[in-house]
Design a protein around this ligand. Sequence first.
Ligand code: ASP
Length: 315
Amino acid sequence: MAAQEKVIPTIIVHGGAGNMRKHEQVLAEYLKGIKIAVKAGYQALCGGTGSALNAVEAAVSSMEDFHIFNTGRGSNLTVDGEIEMDGFIMEGKEFRTGAVTCVQHITNPVQLARMVMEKTDHICLAGPGANKFAKLMGVPEVSTESLIVERRRKMLEEKRSFNPDTYDTVGAVAIDADGNIACAMSTGGITAQMEGRVGDAPLIGCGGYCDNDYGGVSTTGDGEAIAKVTLARNIIFYMEQGLSAQAAAEKGLHYMENKIQSHPAQGGVIVLDKYGHIGMYMTTQGMSWAYIQKDQLHYGLLKGEEFVEKTDDSM
Ligand code: ASP
């Protein structure tokens, strides 16, 4: 019998894909935020009670707290100037899943999604129901004003119609030493979206999916297109068929672009297979991403670019 390949504990994160050159003045902030997040995730992956689930929650929470990303404080605004967020989390052993959609007045949708997974019989709570549940769980309520940053207000002023071209939803995928895989997502949706719009992020198999037997995926991009092709599940399907994480990532995004002609149908994906091998691809100008594996931090933003650093000794 062939020896079983050893799992490499890994976390990979993205801070959204899109027309990044339009955001030239803040690219350094995306890189800063993504590096902080992947380190937070790696600590939660490798610490004493570390697990893939804790890792993706920690990484996504970190990006929700960092002003540059489109979720938590810094979320995109709806056409009415409101903030409505989606959060999602899933583990690949028993397919336990939690999501919230169109939730308001909280800072960490991913944490509420995990509570849905662990404390209810449901997989998704929406709008007022999600907020009622947050209250029940003792999640602090914050004002919409405190979640709005000036840059997002300007983006709404410049673009009164819904026309997706920059996506900075955040996501993470991790595999721990036991081979457990988890993924998580969080987003403020797309600038000028209608009130009540549900994107791909909270829909299982669209924005994210994981299965310990094959791997895990998190996506970013044109949410309507992603949902139409169930992008995350489709990439896992390609891996079931024998494709590598990288080949499956590329095939998934090209399939979406070819099939969906009525949208921009662009985006980016991060993928891990069941050993921790990386897949990453984008059909946009860029995507902020980072991963840590074997004490090396890899990260990048514009297409084709990759930096490598040794992780701090303190980690
Ligand atoms: N996919 C997200 C949405 O459509 C947008 C993004 O990736 O930033 O809500």
